[in-house]
Design a protein around this ligand. Structure first.
Ligand SMILES: [Zn+2]
Length: 150
């Protein structure tokens, strides 16, 4: 049997998991849209392949990707596993912060830093994958690792 304090931390972590999923979903939007100078508020989420605007039930973090088996409901295009991975990773990190620190200011600060790290890593991987896919023939001037150009 867990001591009452550990049990409380476990319950708090479980409750922090759902907002963590939502924050991870929002980070996916930020990482996808900010480099394209698009609004993170509107329009709503849509399939990157066919443009079909997602209904609320196709936009539930982690669950929708699993239910749709990683495919767009409209055109069946593959949806990258990166999206649910970011959502799950963010949720686990946020829940872990509250599991470790309980409901304290330290938990919120730790969760904030974890969320920031996920956002920065997503942004970096987004830039790197874009650069990898591009056909540039010269090194870029930014400080990111230069992918092999063809
Ligand atoms: Zn589609």
């Amino acid at each position: 049997m867990l001591p009452a304090e550990d049990l409380l931390s476990l319950v708090v972590a479980a409750f922090a998991f759902a907002p963590g999923l939502a924050i991870g979903s929002f980070l996916n939007v930020v990482v996808a849209r900010v480099p394209l100078h698009r609004s993170i508020v509107s329009p709503g989420s849509a399939c990157m392949n066919c443009g079909h605007e997602l209904a609320w039930y196709d936009n539930v973090p982690l669950v929708s990707w699993l239910v749709l088996r990683g495919r767009c409901r409209s055109c069946s295009a593959s949806i990258a596993a990166r999206y649910p991975a970011v959502e799950l990773g963010t949720a686990l990190l946020v829940a872990g912060c509250f599991l470790k620190f309980g409901i304290t200011g330290a938990a919120f600060v730790a969760a904030f830093f974890c969320i920031t790290l996920v956002a920065v890593s997503g942004r970096t991987s987004s830039i790197t994958s874009f650069r990898t896919a591009s056909s540039c023939r010269r090194p870029c001037s930014c400080s990111l690792p230069t992918p092999r150009c063809t």
